[in-house]
Design a protein around this ligand. Structure first.
Ligand code: SF4
Ligand code: MG
Length: 326
């Protein structure tokens, strides 16, 4: 079935005085309605940038330099800013790491929810307030009739993130982009917040892109996962297959670095080296300087995503069938 979100050959560039940096280099993926796609990778891989490009919030001078983004079949990568603003909040909900950046400290959570609801849905003030109470109740805020008149600082971090989730889902968006939604939260409540996000999105049939560096969150919440490296997707597949049968050497390294999935916790494997800077992305396979299996071809020719058995991976070792153009 066609994706609710379709990203094709997405390129994001940052023009600068010393040349143009290519931060995302040919990303293609789909997310189906009701599906949660995890996007994982080390810091600097381009995970957050992918979310920002989709939602039309690239920080200047960053710009989409190629490819297409479609939401329910409609191109959204080339819309004027006013049209994109209408889509944000209404058709795409966003949840970021720090709930305080998404909430206005000067307004009660009720005022913010009512404002969002009334901007996007044809509700009068009374109906919007009733819906806001309902949303707070759905997100597990105790005594929502009273809490609705409280200010963000009167909530704990976990409760604030629940409010942010309520705001993001207020207008029944088709797509939710959640960028490290639990990273700033206490470990003890992270799972609850992930469960909440998962349940609400399933109920609404929203497609979710969940950006995280935490494979535990991926395993817990996601249906499929895309592994990013140096602005590219290097592997994509179901969570089960990517975790248990990874085809790309980088994914293999990532999986080994998860304590709970490693039998020998004392000797936690690390991937030697670090993510390349944008101005120094190696030619060929961008991972080759860190790859234990690199050979000549890897240093000159870039592998594209191809069938790797159970997943799709961009690696010369696993390529069998070249990817068909979308
Ligand atoms: Fe390693 Fe070569 Fe595969 Fe890149 S293409 S991951 S360098 S084997
Ligand atoms: Mg990030």
């Amino acid at each position: 079935p066609p994706g609710l979100l379709e990203v094709r050959d997405l390129v994001v560039e940052f023009p600068g005085r010393r040349g143009t940096l290519r931060a995302l280099d040919g990303l293609s993926f789909d997310i189906a309605p009701g599906e949660i796609l995890g996007v994982v990778g080390e810091s600097g891989a381009g995970k957050s940038l992918t979310g920002a490009a989709i939602i039309g919030l690239l920080a200047p001078p960053g710009r989409i330099a190629g490819g297409q983004i479609r939401l329910s079949g409609q191109r959204i990568d080339d819309l004027p800013p006013a049209a994109l603003r209408r889509i944000r909040g209404r058709r795409i909900g966003a949840i970021f790491q720090d709930p305080l950046t998404s909430l206005d400290p000067l307004y009660t959570v009720g005022q913010q929810l009512v404002e969002t609801l009334r901007t996007h849905l044809p509700l009068d003030a009374r109906a919007a307030r009733a819906r806001a109470v309902e949303l707070l109740r759905d997100t597990g805020i105790p005594a929502p009739e009273a809490r609705i008149d409280h200010y963000p600082h009167q909530f704990s971090g976990g409760m604030r993130q629940r409010v942010v989730i309520a705001l993001a889902l207020a207008a029944n968006p088709e797509l939710v982009i959640a960028d490290e939604p639990t990273t700033a939260l206490d470990v003890s409540i992270q799972a609850q917040v992930i469960d909440l996000l998962k349940r609400l999105c399933r109920e609404q049939g929203a497609a979710v892109m969940l950006v995280t560096h935490d494979m535990g969150v991926i395993a817990e919440a996601c249906d499929r996962v895309a592994v990013m490296y140096a602005g590219r997707i290097v592997e994509i597949g179901t969570v089960r297959d990517v975790v248990h049968a990874p085809g790309h050497p980088y994914t293999v390294g990532l999986m080994r670095s998860i304590p709970s999935m490693n039998e020998d916790r004392e000797r936690l494997a690390q991937i030697d080296g670090s993510m390349p800077r944008l101005d120094a992305i190696p030619v060929g396979c961008a991972f080759h300087p860190r790859c234990p299996h690199a050979f000549d071809r890897c240093r000159t020719e870039r592998p594209m995503l191809a069938d790797a058995g159970r997943t799709r991976a961009a690696c010369w070792l696993v390529e069998s069938v070249p990817e068909r153009p979308a």
